[in-house]
Design a protein around this ligand. Sequence first.
Ligand SMILES: [Zn+2]
Length: 310
Amino acid sequence: MNYWKQTGIALVTASMLVFSAGCETTGGAKDDSASTQKSDKASKKAADKKAAEARNQDAVGIEVGEMSSIRTMVPAEELNASANQQYQALLKEMKAKGALVPASNAQAKRLNTIAKRIIPFATRFNPEAAKWKWEINLIRSSEVNAFCMPGGKIAFYTGLNDALKATDAELAMVMGHEIAHALREHSRAQIAKSQATSVGASLLGQVVGKGQYAKVFDIANDLLNLKFSRDDESEADLVGLDLAARAGYDPRAGISLWNKMAALGSGSQAPWFSTHPSSSTRAEEIEANLPKVLPLYEATQKKSATTKKK
Ligand SMILES: [Zn+2]
C-alpha cells in the first residue's frame, strides 16, 4: 500500500473525518438472507458466491476472481482490530506533532467528499465492507503517500496532492486503488503467506486455531510496510478504476495520474519503481480496460444530467 511513498516521513499537522460505511449501500448483491447467521462460515461463502454472481451479471465493470484462500488463515476481525489500533496510534502521534489536518480544511473536505462517493460501491468487491467503520484523515507530510488499512482506515498525505496537483478524479483513482487493496484483502493474504513460510502452515493452524495470534500480529504490526505483489497492484488499479467510475469520476484520470507519477518518479528515485510495474505499464493496462469502466462513468453523467433537468 505504501508504493505512493516517495520521500521519508516529515510529518507536520492534522484532523479527523469520520463517517460510517453502511449508510448508503448500493451495488453488490441484494441481501435477501439477512436473517441468516453472518458469522457462520457457510453463509459467508454463500454471500461471496452471490456477490461474485452479481458481478458477473454486469455487462460492464471489472471482474475479479476469488480472493486468495490462504488469507483465511488470518482471522479478519483480529486483523481489522489490529489495523484500527495502529491507525489510531498514528493519528495520535500526528495530532501531538500538529500534523493532523483539521476536518474543516479544504483539502480534507475534498478527500472526505470523494470517499463518501466511492465507499457505497465497496460491497461489490467485499460484502464485509458494509460493516467496516470507515475513516479518512489527511496528514501533513512531504511524503507522496496514501493508504487504506484493512477494515477501511484511510489516510492521505498532503505531499501527494502537493506533488501531483491532482484533480478530483485523479485523487479518486488513488483512493479507489488503496480501498481496493483493503477490499481484496491483500494485506491479510500477505500476512498469511509470510506466516506460512516462516512458521509453517501447520503451526500457523495451531496458533490461529487456539486463538493465540501473537506471531501473526508481529507481522500485522507493521501493516504499513507490507509489500504487495505486482498482481495485487494490477488488481488494485483495476478495481479502483471500477469504484471511481461508479462514483462518477472519469476513469481516464487513471492514465493522467500515472503519467504524472512517471514524471515525478524518474527524477526522484521513487521506491515504487523498484517494487511495482512501471507507471507506463500501469497506464497502458488502465487504457486497455477503459471500455469496461467508461460506460459506468457515462451512466453517472447521464443520471446527473437528468436530475439537473428536473
Ligand atoms: Zn497499491
